[in-house]
Design a protein around this ligand. Structure first.
Ligand code: SAM
Ligand code: SF4
Length: 461
């Protein structure tokens, strides 16, 4: 029977990917997408536990869903199944069922391939289904293929979990030990996406450049080799990967940035802090200088590479001098974009037990200073593209009628006035204006007409 499914996704791209795969698993059971929770027979909250108050947000959303569920059921519109998935589900488990007994299913990120069994169990009376194990069978081997048209730009999860144990981070506890998929399975999924219309693939992992797996030739591959291999797929125009750790940035991967045109010249490489003392306390296993040397090598391989990073301010014990070292590193690198966060203690992580927590007012002040500098760098980076021509991959209609929107090789949003027939295609665009959150351009040529290599730029005289 036809049923409607609504998934609300919190957090990172890994969760966006997982939500899409949950929809794929549920499709054979008759579930198709609902526009809102009000219309849904099943609502899944796919949660993220990375920052403070994540669990509180989930409980408050559950309160809202309970009212919807009661209203729907008392109006005789049938049962609404409520599920909590993702990292809050993994971390809180039983606690969710105790605090929100109307929830039907609670499952972690490693078990959603078992959704059909869980749905069957939940439909029988007798309380909520809880599944927060790390099963021995590989989840990816049990997921169905995606059916239907592919998005122009799609995610492909190649690695999960993390063994680095940064002292502030919950990921190793909620996502478990590092796991890499085999090259052949990744290639097969990439080919299916491309056959369904995808032109850009972002390879995903909590620590994606730690990927190491069996290659299609049976050899032991690392990410640089995998990217070279995927770049041979006809019809795949752009490759990206996120999120990486500086310690796993090996020479083969750095060389791929210079050698593989389809690998876009934009890299998110989080450094978190510019102070060696804080980096050591975070257990990042590299110094600020190590990071600068990696950036230097990357820029030698690919001179137009744009960089972004994550930063945490107010990590326990961070002094003014440590913070000044972070600002120095930012000035030295020059970032095209960044995410910055106030440190927040995550229960169960080593940093939460450190005795030298930084006062909230100091964290606020440092975050404002850091964001001001990063904002200036981002604007300066966008300004370098004014008057430039480069390929844009169009993904969707723009906000205004007659406009379409896409991405530059450096992840910038680009808007042009052009026909929707260009969506899913690459066109060379000239940037004529900078807006607050996007670049505005005109189409100068269709890709291939001039023979420009993917991801290359020409500056107009
Ligand atoms: N694997 C990536 C790496 O090694 O940098 C990051 C993954 S994490 C999902 C995304 C970002 O959240 C981190 O880079 C960090 O800046 C931030 N983050 C993680 N735990 C945090 C905490 N306890 N407080 C503040 N920010 C945090
Ligand atoms: Fe968390 Fe990234 Fe550190 Fe792994 S490498 S523990 S995911 S911050």
């Amino acid at each position: 029977m036809a049923k409607k499914l609504f998934i609300k996704t919190y957090g990172c791209q890994m969760n966006v990917y997982d939500s899409a795969r949950m929809a794929d698993v549920l499709q054979p059971l008759g579930y198709s997408p609902a526009n809102s929770p009000e219309d849904a027979d099943m609502v899944i909250l796919n949660t993220c536990h990375i920052r403070e108050k994540a669990a509180e947000k989930v409980y408050s959303e559950l309160g809202r869903l309970r009212r919807l569920k009661d209203a729907r059921e008392s109006a005789g519109h049938g049962r609404m199944v409520i599920a909590v998935a993702g990292c809050v589900a993994q971390a809180e488990g039983e606690e969710i069922i105790a605090r929100a007994p109307f929830v039907d299913m609670v499952f972690g990120p490693q078990t959603y391939h078992r959704l059909p069994e869980m749905v069957a169990q939940a439909s029988r009376a007798g309380g909520a289904v809880l599944n927060v194990e790390f099963p021995v069978e590989a989840k990816f081997d049990h997921l169905p293929d995606h059916e239907g048209p592919g998005a122009t730009s799609a995610f492909l999860s190649i690695q999960e979990g993390c063994d680095r144990f940064c002292t502030f981070c919950v990921v190793p506890y909620t996502r478990g030990a590092e796991f890499s998929r085999d090259g052949a399975a990744i290639e097969a999924e990439a080919r299916k996406l491309v056959a369904a219309g995808t032109r850009e693939i972002t390879l995903l992992g909590q620590n994606v450049n730690a990927w190491h797996g069996v290659g299609t030739d049976g050899g032991d591959w690392r990410l640089g080799r995998l990217i070279r291999h995927l770049a041979e797929i006809d019809g795949l125009e752009r490759i990206r990967y996120t999120t990486s750790h500086p310690r796993d940035m090996d020479d083969e991967l750095i060389e791929a940035h210079g050698a593989v045109n389809k690998l876009m010249p934009y890299l998110h490489l989080p450094v978190q802090s510019g102070s060696d003392r804080i980096l050591a306390a975070m257990n990042r296993q590299h110094t600020a200088d190590d990071y600068l040397r990696i950036i230097d090598k990357l820029r030698r391989a690919r001179p137009d590479l744009a960089l972004s990073s994550d930063f945490i301010v107010g990590f326990p014990g961070e002094t003014d001098k440590d913070f000044a070292a972070t600002l120095r590193l930012i000035n030295e690198v020059g970032f095209a974009g960044a995410y910055s966060f106030k440190y927040s203690a995550r229960p169960g992580t080593p940093a939460a037990a450190m005795g030298t927590q930084v006062p909230e007012s100091v964290r606020d002040e440092r975050l404002a200073g850091l964001q001001q500098l990063l904002g200036e760098q981002e604007t300066a980076f966008h300004r370098t593209k004014l008057g430039a021509e480069f390929p844009v991959l169009f993904e969707k209609p723009g906000r205004k009628p007659g406009q379409i929107a896409g991405r530059s090789p450096w992840m910038q949003a680009v808007v042009v006035e052009a026909q929707e027939a260009l969506i899913g295609r690459i066109a060379i665009c000239r940037i004529v204006e900078l807006a607050a959150h996007s670049l505005h351009g005109v189409v100068a040529a269709l890709d291939g007409e001039r023979g420009d290599a993917p991801g290359t730029e020409r500056i107009c005289a």
